[in-house]
Design a protein around this ligand. Structure first.
Ligand SMILES: [Zn+2]
Length: 128
């Protein structure tokens, strides 16, 4: 019992955030989205950096498949705001729409298209 109380007491003495801690808020293999999100965050006065932007950095020594670009928010206090912005943006990205199957010709059509590129049939209504 005494040991357990000591442990919890020690935890409360843990260092407070006197140092600014950078936080990773988003990672994706899509450098276009990363770049877009970074611009939006900066537009909202949230300082951030991009790591592993190998396509633009051109270093070439990183294994591409293992290292996705990451967005880091510089100031810990901005993390919640940044995540909310990113969630809203990512949710509305056209690329997040799943591909659909054309009922007319059976072609697989990317989610951002509302009509079949092959035969011109409209995308079926969800659940219909
Ligand atoms: Zn079709």
């Amino acid at each position: 019992m005494a040991a357990r109380q000591l442990a919890s007491g020690t935890r409360s003495l843990a260092r407070r955030a006197t140092i600014r801690l950078m936080r990773k808020v988003y990672t994706s293999d899509n450098i276009a989205i990363i770049g877009h999100l970074r611009q939006v965050l900066e537009h909202h006065a949230i300082p951030c950096i991009v790591r592993n932007d190998f396509l633009f950095g051109g270093a070439g020594e990183l294994p591409v498949n293992e290292t996705w670009p990451e967005i880091w928010v510089v100031d810990d206090e901005d993390v919640d705001r940044a995540r909310a912005l990113i969630d809203a943006i990512v949710a509305t990205e056209p690329e997040s729409e799943p591909p659909w199957l054309c009922v007319s010709c059976g072609e697989k059509v990317e989610g951002q298209f509302t009509d079949c590129w092959r035969c011109g049939a409209s995308r079926p209504e969800p659940g219909g």
